[in-house]
Design a protein around this ligand. Structure first.
Ligand SMILES: Nc1ncnc2c1ncn2[C@@H]1O[C@H](COP(=O)(O)OP(=O)(O)O)[C@@H](O)[C@H]1O
Ligand SMILES: [Mg+2]
Length: 257
């Protein structure tokens, strides 16, 4: 199983949107896909129509985080028409604080949970929360591979700098190597203004020889599909020219069944 975190602590950069659509493209390509929602706000879970799972009684994903050896994560997995989902839980709102209080030794909880997952999955994508706290650290350490969604905006320079510093800290402290699998420039709006042009050039330049850079354009069909609970590769009626870009991303990840 290839495990990849979709991470950037900045909110609204299309982490959730890209997670759903990369997962959908991978499922459409015949791969067994699991998506884990590590964001306590549960946008992925709720967008996919899994509100009941988000508000379910214990045991939930929260219990797995707090007592990873006591809960079988397979029992928490719910089925979606395209892929399986390890849903977020409303209980997870207190998780970040609890993990902060417990210090550095709770950065490998998610790794412990993932170790217990069934072997049938080819790809596990993890939607990360919009913060650089211990939940995101857990995502980075449990996946060791990341897709970075970012917008073609000047603020992305500083956001990327913060993320890379955090990655370096974890690499030093836990003696791991966290690799950049792909960068997705999200929600690019044509015609490009000067800021978008400059930023696309900056991102492509920054990641030359480092990671493939993809561009997902602003498409109402993408927002509509996610709102309706599926990816653009799913069972919706609409066609979108971005479907092939998501397929290219999946091809680049080199996941095999
Ligand atoms: N390519 C796109 N086309 C249209 N809307 C998009 C696109 N990508 C993201 N969005 C919209 O941007 C908003 C933020 O996206 P989201 O995936 O929730 O970001 P994050 O998970 O990083 O906070 C959502 O309302 C989503 O529908
Ligand atoms: Mg999100």
């Amino acid at each position: 199983m290839k495990t990849i975190g979709v991470t950037n602590q900045k909110g609204g950069v299309a982490k959730t949107t890209n997670t759903i659509n990369i997962a959908g493209a991978a499922a459409a390509a015949g791969l067994e896909v699991l998506v884990a929602d590590s964001d306590p706000q549960g946008y992925l879970t709720n967008n996919l129509g899994l509100r009941d799972a988000y508000t379910a009684e214990s045991p939930t994903f929260f219990d797995a985080w707090t007592e990873p050896t006591e809960h079988d994560p397979a029992e928490l997995i719910v089925e979606h028409e395209e892929f399986d989902v390890l849903p977020s839980s409303v209980d997870m709102f207190t998780l970040e604080q609890e993990l902060i209080a417990a210090g550095w030794r709770v950065r490998e909880r998610l790794s412990m949970i993932f170790e217990q997952l069934p072997e049938k999955y080819d790809l596990l994508l993890v939607d990360a929360p919009p913060s650089l706290g211990p939940i995101n650290d857990n995502v980075l350490l449990a996946t060791e591979r990341i897709i970075i969604p970012m917008e073609a905006q000047e603020t992305s320079v500083l956001a990327l700098d913060h993320l890379l510093r955090q990655i370096e800290t974890l690499e030093d402290r836990f003696e791991v190597s966290i690799s950049e699998e792909a960068v997705v420039i999200s929600d690019v709006d044509y015609p490009l203004d000067n800021e978008q042009k400059d930023m696309i050039a900056w991102i492509e330049d920054t990641f030359t020889d480092r990671a493939p850079v993809f561009e997902i354009r602003h498409r109402a069909a993408i927002a509509r599909a996610v709102k309706a609970g599926h990816s653009i590769s799913g069972y919706g009626e609409e066609e979108s020219d971005m479907e092939s870009v998501y397929q290219n991303i999946v091809d680049e990840l080199g996941v095999t069944s």
